[in-house]
Design a protein around this ligand. Sequence first.
Ligand code: FAD
Length: 405
Amino acid sequence: MKVLISGASVAGPVLAYWLERYGFEPTVVERTPELRHGLGGHAVDLFSNAVEVAERMGLGDAVREARTRIQQLTLCRDGKRPIDVDLDRLNAGISDRHVEILRGELTRLLYDATRDRVEYLFGDSIATLADDGTGVDVTFEHGKPRRFDLVIGADGMHSTVRRLAFGPEESMQRPLGGYLAVYSMPDELQLGNRMLTHMKIGRLVGLYGVHQTGQARAAFMFHSASELRYDYRDKDQQKQLLADEFREYGWEVPRLLKHLDAAGDFYFDSIAQITLDTWQKGRIGLVGDAGYCPGPAVGGGTSLAVIAAYVLAGELAAARSDLPSGLRNYERMMRQSVDASRALAPKVMKTLIPGGPLAMRAVPLAFAVLPHLPTGLQRLIWAQNGIGKALGSLQLPDYADLVRA
Ligand SMILES: Cc1cc2nc3c(=O)[nH]c(=O)nc-3n(C[C@H](O)[C@H](O)[C@H](O)COP(=O)(O)OP(=O)(O)OC[C@H]3O[C@@H](n4cnc5c(N)ncnc54)[C@H](O)[C@@H]3O)c2cc1C
């Protein structure tokens, strides 16, 4: 069974890993000329079941070793005393299974675990898809046409597979009203393993050290009452937009904006969800952000991508000769977690970007108090309210019997 996977970031390599273990022949096509690995870009979270999937792939120690190691968070507000939060203590309290890791590092580990047994095609993209009920004919922007038994889009928020098989992005994107920007800069404040944040109504700025590079990463989140118009390929235009939004902000922001022009890894996008009703159609399916992005940085998208890719591979292997039914079973199994992440993300966004004076008081108070509560109570609060609830709704299935020698 030949399966084409579009996208080599998180969901794509996890899916390829497990499909190969179950005796499929996966091919991964990635648009970028080489792997999007390395130490630029943002940090992502592996929670509970996603850590368990990494363990089952034999990557538990490697993932933990590559973790970001931010130990202390300092929350600042104008006219108030800064609040220091011990993140090690907070993390240990809410879950014994949480790893924060740079997305590029996670991708590197997943790629290394698959590169010898999976075909990777870099610098190409699917151009057309034709599903005739027994297989999918695929043309590429560069490579020769090929036929596959199944095609899976793991190509992120702006998925090509989704556009080709399910329709234009605009019809299935739900903006949450927030915007997010991230870029690297020199660690002028010698943050090391610390993170500084500053919040105002409708704005959040963060700066944290990246221990592997000795650099720092600046992150900005803001709310906008009206939708901002910009070209998602035009980085200069986006940088200008960010600078205009934060020019009058104060705090350390002038220092951060000084490095904006030079930022090679600048990221800017609206915080939006993908709200498709279904993620499978015949022999074409979607996994991770491509199918159900809950919103970057607010909905546990990375954990969802890892868990869903594991479940998708297992359900395809269980269905074996009836791949469309495997896709349907996967969707059924992941539905509750996806819906819960989607429902949670707007709330997380409103917590991170305080909407009014009440949130400006409540959020720092929660951060100050939570690490000092008994561990059992912290875990209860996390399990009832946090991403833990969204991702914990699924009992991770065991597909060990399906693994081929
Ligand atoms: C700034 C930022 C901060 C974030 N913070 C967090 C966080 O704190 N915690 C968290 O859990 N998550 C966070 N996320 C979300 C997280 O990055 C995603 O949920 C996760 O990476 C989803 O993985 P994925 O494999 O589904 O998609 P992606 O990681 O988006 O990967 C898609 C891949 O497909 C490739 N691709 C795109 N188009 C094509 C094409 N046409 N052909 C072939 N390949 C293609 C891309 O190059 C990429 O390699 C954040 C995201 C951003 C942008």
